[in-house]
Ligand binder design. Structure first.
Ligand code: 2AM
Ligand code: CA
Length: 258
């Protein structure tokens, strides 16, 4: 077994099967903060993915939202898997069909593989370093938009209302105010940039599992992912602005001002 595109796809499809088999019979537990939940399906999906990785690569490091979330030395690891068993848990809980399994694989901080799979709609985004990014087998290229007058921008919710407020303030300060999208799954929203259905995404408090796979997907399609200082983001950067380079350059000043 190799740590390659087909292995990631195998992991995502197996987890999706587990989640979908639970149907609506999952239990919900409340996590600290507003709108923050975890369900049986999150744990079941995580278990399937981790078991499968461990059975083939027992020494690899795993970073995963629910049970393996220690980020110490994550950027130094020779082999690390970064897993969100369900990104968009709030959507999942309420049946909004906009949630994904997100799996990234990195060596020494460099993302090599990434997959984001909407297990409700079967939409699949996948990228391998140096080999492009694909949406349901179709290669994607982030549209080269020179100006920000007619873009759509996604922002994130947060369990901390102040963070959501901050994101709204950034959006409201952009001139002209863009078409606004707040859909509740960073992994899917960031991936959408690659196929042009969203032109930028801004979030100030992400975790590595929310963003790792989607970062590679955007970069492999010709987009950029920066932190709020305008530096190349790593998968440990909590503050993220993603989009086509010219779009991100023009949006960055609004972030500094808010
Ligand atoms: P989650 O669904 O796995 O919790 C919500 O806009 C997006 O931001 C989701 O991808 C969500 O991931 C992520 N997120 C990151 N930090 C969050 C937080 N503190 N509260 C809620 N969502 C958070
Ligand atoms: Ca998440």
């Amino acid at each position: 077994m190799k740590r390659d595109k087909s292995f990631l796809r195998h992991l995502a499809l197996k987890a999706a099967h587990t989640i979908n088999a639970l149907g609506e019979g999952f239990e919900v537990k409340v996590k600290p903060g507003r709108g923050n939940f975890v369900t049986d399906a999150d744990f079941a999906s995580e278990q399937v993915i981790m078991d499968e990785i461990r059975s083939h690569f027992p020494d690899d490091k795993i970073l995963s939202e629910e049970t393996a979330n220690d980020t110490t030395d994550a950027l130094k690891a020779d082999h690390i898997w970064i897993i969100d068993p369900i990104d968009g848990t709030n959507n999942f809980r309420f049946g909004r069909h906009y949630s994904a399994i997100s799996i990234g694989y990195a060596t020494k901080g460099e993302l090599q593989e990434g997959i984001v799979y909407n297990f409700s709609t079967q939409e699949l985004y996948q990228a391998s370093k140096g080999n492009g990014a694909f949406y349901n087998e179709i290669q994607m290229q982030t549209p080269q938009i020179p100006r920000i007058d007619n873009i759509s921008v996604g922002i994130g919710n947060s369990s901390d209302p102040k963070r959501t407020q901050k994101h709204l303030n950034i959006l409201a300060s952009i001139e002209p105010v863009p078409w606004v999208s707040i859909r509740g799954s960073s992994a899917l929203e960031i991936s959408e940039i690659a196929r042009g259905s969203l032109n930028a995404y801004i979030h100030s408090c992400l975790h590595p599992w929310d963003v790792a796979a989607a970062m590679l997907i955007v970069r492999e399609s010709g987009g950029v992912v920066k932190n709020f200082k305008g530096e190349e983001a790593t998968f440990l950067s909590p503050d993220i602005i993603a989009g086509y380079k010219d779009v991100v350059d023009q949006l960055l000043p609004y972030i500094h001002e808010s």
